[in-house]
Design a protein around this ligand. Sequence first.
Ligand code: F6R
Length: 251
Amino acid sequence: MKIVIRESADEASKIAAQHIVDKATPGMKLGVATGSSPLPLYKYLREARAEGTFSLRGSTAWALDEYVGIPADHEERYRNVLRRELVGDDRTGLFEEDLHTPDGLAENPHLAAAEYDREIGDGVDIQILGLGQNGHIGFNEPASSLSSRTHVDVLTKTTRQDNARFFDGNPDLVPSHCITQGLGTIMSAKDIIVVAFGETKARALKQLMEGGVSQRWPATVLQHHPSVTIFADKDAVSQLELLTYYRQISL
Ligand code: F6R
C-alpha cells in the first residue's frame, strides 16, 4: 500500500488527480465514487481537461453505488451528482451514455445489481474510493462479505446520519437501501486510490492500514490488493501508529 500525506485535502487531491492523469489510457474504465471526498479531485480532473492534459472522451465511468428508490430528478441521486461533476465537453469529455450507474429505480433492484456487476466485467482500470467513518467502501457496511459482488444493501444509521448533510440535515430523508458494488467487485479493479480527509476518517484509516482484515471494517480488504494508494490529509492520518514511517515513504 502506498500513501500520500499532505497538510490539506486540496493538496492531496491535486496529487491524486495527477496520479489518474498519469495512469489514464484511451478508452479506460474509471470507477468513480460520490460523497464529498472526491470533489476536489474531480475539480482537478476538470482543470486538466481544460488544459488539454486529460480527457475521458471514449472512456467509461462506473459509479460505485446508487440509492434505491431515489427519484430520477433528485439532486442527490448519484447519477445526477456524477453527471454534474464529470459529464460534458467542458467537464472531462465523458459522454452521458458512457456514465454507468446502478439502476436504483429498477423494479427488481437485485436483478439490476447482478446486471451491473456483469457489465463491469473483469473490473475497472482505476477505482476512486472514499472511506466511510465506519470503514465502509462503496456502501459495503460492516458485516459485508469480503468477496461480495454488486448487491442491494441496507445503510447503517451512522451512514444515514453522515449523509444527512445532503438531505436537508435529516437522516430520515436519506434512502435506507442502495445498490453497491461488492467488495469483490471493487477488488477486481486494477488500480485503486482512496481519498480520506479530516479527523472523522482517522479511525477508519487506522483500521484500513493497520487493523486486521475483517468484515467489521470492510475497507481492510484493500490490504489484499496489490495496487492501492491512499491520499490523505494530516487529520485523517492522526491515529496511525507508524505515522513517522509513513511520512518518510509518502510519495
Ligand atoms: C460514495 C460511497 C461512499 C463514500 C463514503 C465517504 O459513492 O460509496 O463509500 O465514499 O461514505 O463519503 P464522504 O466522502 O462524503 O465522506
